[in-house]
Structures are given as structure tokens and as C-alpha cells.
Design a protein around this ligand. Structure first.
Ligand code: 4AD
Ligand code: MG
Length: 481
């Protein structure tokens, strides 16, 4: 390679060394100072052009966004904010960028505007930082599980089952929509379809993950999942990445311990390996908050917020206790919640989750033992309580500013109980007979959870819209790029 990455040069003390840099022009000032960025660092390197001895037509092509090659000598910089710069011998334009048309001029753009040009937003400092942090978190997830001897399992993207039983699936078909085959009853004949049956994009790798865990012990998946839920919020995507560990012989407490350990590990990893990026995002956030009234500003800056999570135990609370707290809470008494809590059994809305985490406990909370009726069919059923109420060994981890970060449970390992629950909620047992085999042959306690990767990236970057932490977001009415 003839060129050196800018990140390396910015740290260099080798004044007088001849170097070649390739990157994109950020700014060009006084016909002399070119700020170049190659993506390796949030910081640019300054190249100083001897404009009096450079062809004017060439200088005109040094525009924001143009790709350039610069060769010259690394010298100590006199300018503030940088300690090296390049005294240019030769400047070559690799790719022009028409300044009349290039949408990313060197000024502040709104995140909404940048979302519309998501193919170019990687070139901004904010998105450079976000995607570096995303990368570090993904790497840390694999490292965490690898250190603990978990097997990384690739579960299918195309499936015939609905792991959550919530019916929020995207269909996968090659049937000709202009000529749909029908059976005698007039129903669509999926026997004619590509797989000979109805299929969909997976909503979760859990069911297949359980099969693997019941043989290999500890496994995890980390892949894309798809939900056709029409939730147009800042925390929902139609295509998102999920980390799903599944462990044989783990009970709910073990499951909670693992989830808390994982979250702390990956946050610590990001702080250690993306210090510059997180510092940049912290400043960005402080800047953004200046326009907000004092009482709406965050109490902790981004770095302090992340350290706070590392230094404190997550609060573990039962659903039943949480409901009592919510019932007595000010916003419930003053009827400020949109959905008032008056009865045990109510599903928690994000306003309730946020109250518990941000106002009451002021730290991450693990809610357990939810009512059976509001959770998935596969969760382990507790003995009914003294009032005859049915709960399941579920756990949701709630984070400040995010809400639900993790959803998981101990699994129902008893075949009869599982079958009874499936019948109650209308899941035909023949559809997932293979899944039931784990309960027929050597069933055992086991547990797992799903961590929404983008929600994790949201928390660690301090961004506020989930569309800004995945390169190309898929949401209702939007599948650009
Ligand atoms: O709570 P969920 O639906 O749980 C499951 O899918 C289980 N099968 C996981 C398991 O036990 N193996 O989803 C898990 C997590 C949520 O807590 C949330 O962080 C994230 O996935 N999530 C979403 N993230 C972005 N957009 C969406 N539409 C999401 N739906 C869930
Ligand atoms: Mg959930």
C-alpha cells in the first residue's frame, strides 16, 4: 500500500517523513489548507498546498467531497488543534465532487435530512462515530461469548414458524401474484410455492436456538430479525439485529446474571475501545441539549451515564411489585399516564417502563414474573400465587431512555404444560412438532434472552432515534437503498 491511514499519521512524531494520504476533502480554506478525512479517524489531517506554484484549474477541483491523493512531507503544525500537517509536493484529484450538487456541505445538517441521504451520511463525524461504536459493540458481543465457550449458531432467516406467536411476520413467496394457485376450498395453495409451504422471515432465532442448546449446552445467535409490526416509533425497526443466547440447565437467576454481565461487558468494551468516538458523541449531545430547557436536559453526560450503568447493580423487581409502585406513583394518581394502572394484569406501556427506570429506580431494572397472559407461550409457568394469579418466569431488562433492551425467560420444559398453553393461545402443535421433541427427549430446565442490538447501540451512542444507529433503516413506508 502506498498510502498511510490518517489515524496513524495524526499520532506520528516522524517529522520530515515523506507520506502519501488518500481521502475526501472536508474543507478547503484560503486556497491553501485542505482538510482531508479518510474515515480512519474522526479528525482530519491538514494538507498545506503551495498555491502559488499549483495550477489554478487543479485548485478549483479541490471541493468538499472530492477524493484526493496528496503526497508530501509530514511537518509539525503551527495551527491550533493539530500537531502534524502535510506540506504538499503533489496533489491529485481521484474523483471530483461538484460543489453545486454535493449535498453534504461543511455546515450542520439535521439528522432528519441526513436520514434522507443515508448513502452519504457515513461521511459525517456523527455517523463515523456511531458506526465505529456499533462495530465495537458487535465485536465485543462475540468476544464475550467466545471467552465463555458459547457456540455461535446461525439460525435460519427463512422459517415456517412464528417464534413469538404474535403474527408479525413478513411472508416469503415466489408465487405469481397475478395468478395465485388455490386449493379446492379457495385457499392459497402454498404447496405450489417455492418451499411447498407457507414461509416467512424469522422474528427470532429462539426456537432453533433452543434445539441447539439442548445438545451443545450454551449457544448464541446474532443475526437479522424481522417484524411486520406497524410501530412507527423511535425504538422500532422492521429489520433489526438480535443477540439471542440460549443455555441448558440455566434458571431465571442465571439468565439474569448472564444478561447483566453481557451488557456491562460490551459497554465497558466500547468505553475502552471507542473513547474518541464516545467523547465526540458526548459533546454532540451536550451541544444539542443547549436548545432544550434546563429541566429537559439529561442529568448525566454520555460518559457518566455509561459509567453509572457499569458501577451499579441492575434492580431486580417482580411485575407484581412494579404494579404496586406504579399504582401509587404521582403520574398515575394525577392521571398523567395515558394508560392508567389500576389492575394487576395490565401490560406495561413504555410510559410505565420509563417511570420505573428513570424516575423511581433511576437505573436499569430487570422486571420478572409477568402475568402469563401478556407473555409468549414458551415461558415457564410459575405456581399460581396465593390469589390464584398466573405468572411466568419472564425477564425484561429496562434501560433509561430506551425502555425494553432485553426480553427473555426461563423456558417451559414440561411438555404437558407447554402443550396446554399452546392450545390456549391457538398455536397448532403440529406446526412446531420438532420444537416439542426437546421436551419429549431429555427435557431439562433452560433459559435464554434476546438483546435488541440497535437499542444497545442507541444507548451507548446517546442517539435518540433508532433509524440513526443502523446503516439503512427499514420502517413502515421506508425501504430506501
Ligand atoms: O422481547 P422480544 O420480542 O423477545 C424475543 O424475540 C425472544 N424470542 C428473545 C429470546 O428470549 N430469545 O425481543 C427481544 C428484544 C427486545 O427486548 C428489544 O430490545 C428488541 O429485541 N426488539 C426490537 N428492536 C428494534 N425494533 C423492533 N421492532 C424490536 N422488537 C424487539
Ligand atoms: Mg419483549
Amino acid at each position: 500500500m502506498e498510502h498511510t491511514r490518517i489515524k496513524e499519521l495524526l499520532k506520528s512524531e516522524e517529522f520530515g517523513r515523506h507520506v502519501i494520504v488518500k481521502g475526501w476533502v472536508k474543507t478547503f480554506r484560503n486556497n491553501q489548507f485542505v482538510a482531508i478525512n479518510d474515515g480512519s479517524s474522526l479528525n482530519n489531517i491538514q494538507a498545506v498546498v503551495d498555491f502559488e506554484n499549483t495550477d489554478e484549474a487543479l485548485l478549483k477541483r479541490v471541493t468538499t467531497g472530492a477524493a484526493v491523493r496528496v503526497s508530501g512531507v509530514l511537518v509539525e503544525s503551527l495551527g491550533k488543534g493539530q500537531h502534524v500537517e502535510i506540506k504538499v509536493d503533489e496533489l491529485t484529484i481521484l474523483g471530483d465532487s461538484d460543489p453545486e450538487k454535493f449535498p453534504l456541505q461543511p455546515k450542520k445538517h439535521s439528522l432528519e435530512f441526513l436520514r434522507e441521504i443515508a448513502h452519504l451520511r457515513f461521511r459525517t463525524g456523527t455517523f463515523n462515530a456511531v458506526f465505529k461504536v456499533r462495530n465495537a459493540l458487535a465485536f465485543a458481543v462475540h468476544q464475550f461469548f467466545n471467552e465463555r465457550d458459547f457456540v455461535y449458531m446461525h439460525t435460519p432467516i427463512i422459517t415456517g414458524s412464528d417464534a413469538e406467536g404474535a403474527g408479525e411476520m413478513f411472508k416469503v413467496t415466489t408465487l405469481d401474484f397475478d395468478n395465485i394457485p388455490r386449493d379446492e376450498e379457495g385457499q392459497i395453495d402454498f404447496k405450489e410455492d417455492f418451499f411447498g409451504k407457507a414461509t416467512n422471515l424469522t422474528v427470532s432465532g429462539q426456537l432453533e436456538g433452543e434445539l441447539a442448546a439442548m445438545a451443545l449446552g450454551n449457544i448464541y445467535t446474532f443475526g437479522p430479525t424481522f417484524r411486520a409490526e406497524n410501530s412507527n416509533t423511535t425504538r422500532h425497526l422492521a429489520e433489526f439485529w438480535m443477540i439471542e443466547p440460549e443455555m441448558a440447565f440455566y434458571e431465571l437467576e442465571d439468565n439474569m446474571d448472564l444478561a447483566e454481565e453481557l451488557l456491562k461487558y460490551v459497554i465497558r468494551y466500547a468505553l475502552d475501545h471507542c473513547a474518541d468516538e464516545i467523547e465526540f458523541l458526548k459533546s454532540r449531545l451536550l451541544e444539542e441539549e443547549k436548545s432544550k430547557p434546563q429541566n429537559e436536559r439529561a442529568e448525566l453526560n454520555l460518559v457518566d451515564k455509561l459509567n453509572f450503568v457499569l458501577e451499579n447493580n441492575f434492580e431486580r423487581v417482580t411485575y407484581t411489585d412494579a404494579i404496586e409502585i406504579l399504582k401509587r406513583s404521582k403520574p398515575n394518581q394525577k392521571k398523567q399516564f395515558k394508560y392508567l394502572i389500576d389492575e394487576w394484569g395490565a401490560d406495561l406501556q413504555s410510559e410505565h417502563e420509563r417511570y420505573l427506570v428513570e424516575k423511581h429506580f433511576k437505573k436499569p431494572v430487570i422486571l420478572i414474573d409477568y402475568p402469563r397472559e401478556i407473555k409468549s407461550f414458551y415461558m415457564k409457568q410459575n405456581e399460581p400465587d396465593t390469589q390464584g394469579r398466573h405468572t411466568v418466569r419472564a425477564m425484561d431488562i429496562l434501560f433509561p431512555g430506551i425502555g425494553e433492551m432485553v426480553g427473555g425467560s426461563q423456558r417451559e420444559e414440561n411438555l404437558d404444560k407447554l402443550l396446554a398453553r399452546m392450545e390456549e393461545v391457538g398455536i397448532p402443535s403440529d406446526e412446531i412438532d420438532w420444537f416439542l421433541d426437546t421436551r419429549r427427549f431429555g427435557t431439562a430446565p433452560h433459559s435464554g434472552f434476546g438483546l435488541g442490538f440497535e437499542r444497545l447501540v442507541l444507548f451507548v451512542t446517546g442517539m435518540t432515534n433508532i433509524r440513526d444507529v443502523i446503516p439503512f433503516p427499514r420502517t413502515p413506508n421506508n425501504a430506501e437503498f
